[in-house]
Design a protein. Sequence first.
Length: 109
Amino acid sequence: MRKASGKVRITGQLIDAVTGAHIWVDRFERDLTDILALQDDVTAAVVSAIHPKLLQTEIAMAALRRPENLTAYDCFLRALPQFHLETREGLREAIRLAHRALELDPRFG
């Protein structure tokens, strides 16, 4: 962080602690009077950088877990393509299958 002539400049970076790989880097500059807006910008940028990585990790962890009820898992797998059709009928079928999966295994979520 640097401050000069009524301005503040922040450089931020995120590094994967395990691999050392750079995940995100950015620089922000604003008038010192606008420090709260700068803080909001930095926060939004960090969250935007972290969110996809967290989502990938959650998906990978979920894929490693073995489903307890294979019939519920089958309903889930059949619901996915229906959901991605993005039609009223497809969505209706996806919801039906998701409800069925939860009836078979309430902890399936």
